[in-house]
Design a protein around this ligand. Structure first.
Ligand code: BES
Ligand code: MN
Ligand code: ZN
Length: 491
């Protein structure tokens, strides 16, 4: 999808569809007023109650033949006087994209008026990002009922003096949308395509410019002493990969943020095998890794002046004659030993070694992103990601970022009281702590590997994908992470 900015007289722009704004109090945007004087299309829609005037409500009108715009789409943005919220904008753009999606509309012109509480460039970001994410469709493994949207070009019509803010905002929105879609797409791919090797190739395909990528194979992973990570890979015929991505947008002296993604490309549970129903959804168990690749996709496009490292521990979790068994004891890269009481608690095993590896970057902060526990889904459902941190300032920043991106997280306790659930008679710790507080004890496990830096953990088990009829990856928490890293939604 391509975005551009134009100014000048609106109704002389040739387009398949002109989009204009109205507000909940029946007022029209400046451009809509001018247009309505000439064509009376909008006031008639309002008179006929074709517009109920809630944020996101759309109505179509057809101008007389020969007019430069072939169709008119009127959208209600919400309440005027700077009371349009960023959420109203998202809702409205989603509705516009949906209205355009089914039609043979190749290009559209949106006559923007910023009556919102956000700056012009942020309005622009929200428009571009929401278009890009709304028009995403999964096609990769389908041959029938393909629905490629016709729309490929959106022009924003604005005041000439605002065009540079709009232009940069659109570019930022397109880049964030591409990052979110990258994460969604990788998540949606089936486990027989999206293997650890596939993730490594995807990472390598992003390399270039300010982004370097290094993929370690099992031999190199063993040399690092990542015994916990390799114990998960033991049962799989697909070779494990440890992916190191370094985005260098600032001087080498600037401490990086390290993102660590759980990349279980399929989680059967291993010898502690999962029950059959909905096991297919365990192809989404690499959504943490996908979010790291999504963030890197956006950074590569926008080239912000920051340093970010992305680490991905990628493997399948499979049962086999070579698989790790309950009761096995392994040694992590940190030297701490782990009694594996349940091979289905594999995420923490791959993450703990990646978190130890993260130390070498002398990070400003480390954030791991993982579809870690079913217990987190029970606790928070599908709306909030679980957030844990050993540093409250970092937690606060991430909570605020989630609010701004509308990709929200909710902080959970990391109290010492929960740690004793991980006691083991045969190793330094067990890998599970029982059913109660399962998301918290998983975070407690990780906290034992993150003592040397500021760290946060996002449990995205409930938010990374949707089940049921809308089954598919969401791209979360790419928005939250981009807001934290570059202020994607606040400029
Ligand atoms: N990938 C799962 C977590 C998961 C389960 C996410 C269901 C979303 C939906 C993880 O590897 C896992 O299996 N966790 C176990 C931990 C338990 C054995 C302590 C779980 O949540 O059941
Ligand atoms: Mn598991
Ligand atoms: Zn898992």
């Amino acid at each position: 999808m391509e975005f551009s900015v134009k100014s000048g007289q609106l109704d002389t722009l040739r387009t398949d569809c002109l989009i204009v704004q109205v507000y909940a109090d029946k007022t029209l945007s400046g451009a809509a007023k001018v247009l309505d004087k000439k064509y009376q299309l909008i006031s008639r829609l309002i008179e006929l109650n074709e517009l109920t005037l809630k944020a996101g409500q759309c109505a179509w009108a057809l101008p007389p033949s020969g007019t430069a715009f072939k169709r008119l789409l009127v959208v209600c943005l919400g309440s005027k006087n700077n009371a349009v919220t960023s959420q109203d904008i998202r809702t409205s753009v989603q509705a516009v994209a949906k209205a355009l999606k089914g039609k043979q509309i190749k290009n559209a012109v949106w006559s923007v008026e910023n009556a919102s509480s956000v700056a012009d460039n942020v309005f622009a970001t929200l428009i571009a990002e929401t278009f890009v994410t709304s028009l995403y469709t999964y096609q990769e493994t389908k041959t029938q009922n393909l629905s490629t949207p016709a729309l490929t070009k959106l022009t924003v019509h604005s005041d000439a003096k605002l065009s540079s803010a709009w232009r940069s905002g659109l570019q930022q929105g397109k880049a964030t949308g591409d990052g979110i879609n990258t994460a969604r797409h990788l998540g949606n791919l089936p486990g027989n395509i999206c293997t650890p090797t596939y993730l490594a190739k995807k990472a390598q395909s992003l390399a270039g410019g300010k982004l370097t990528v290094n993929v370690l194979d099992e031999k190199q992973i063993a040399k690092l002493g990542m015994g916990a990570f390799l114990s998960v890979a033991a049962g799989s015929d697909q070779p494990a990969k440890f992916i190191v991505m370094q985005y260098r947008g600032a001087a080498a002296s600037v401490e990086p943020v390290v993102l660590v993604g759980k990349g279980i490309t399929f989680d059967t549970g291993g010898i502690s095998i999962k029950p059959g129903p909905a096991m297919d959804e365990m192809k989404f168990d690499m959504c943490g890794a996908a979010s790291v690749l999504g963030v890197m996709t956006t950074l590569k496009q926008l080239q912000p002046r920051i340093n970010v490292v992305g680490l991905i521990a990628a493997t399948e979790n499979m049962p086999s004659g070579k698989a790790t068994k309950p009761g096995d004891v392994v040694t992590s890269m940190s030297g701490q030993t782990i009694e594996i009481l349940n091979t289905d608690a594999e995420g923490r095993l791959v993450l703990c070694d990646a978190l130890t590896y993260a130390e070498r970057f002398k990070p400003k902060a480390v954030i791991d992103i993982a579809t870690l526990t079913g217990a987190c889904v029970i606790a928070l459902g599908n709306h909030a990601s679980g957030l844990y941190a050993n540093d409250q300032a970092l937690a606060d920043e991430l909570l605020a970022a989630g609010q701004a991106a509308h990709d929200r997280a909710w902080q959970m306790p990391l109290w010492d009281d929960y740690q004793k659930a991980l006691d083991s008679n045969f190793a330094d710790m067990a890998n599970v702590g029982g059913r109660e507080g399962g998301s918290i004890t998983a975070a407690c496990f990780l906290s034992r590997y993150t003592k040397n830096y500021k760290w946060a953990h996002l449990d995205i088990a409930g938010t990374a994908w949707l089940g049921g009829g809308a089954k598919g990856a969401t791209g979360r928490p790419v928005g939250l992470l981009l807001q934290y890293l570059i202020g994607a939604y606040t400029g």
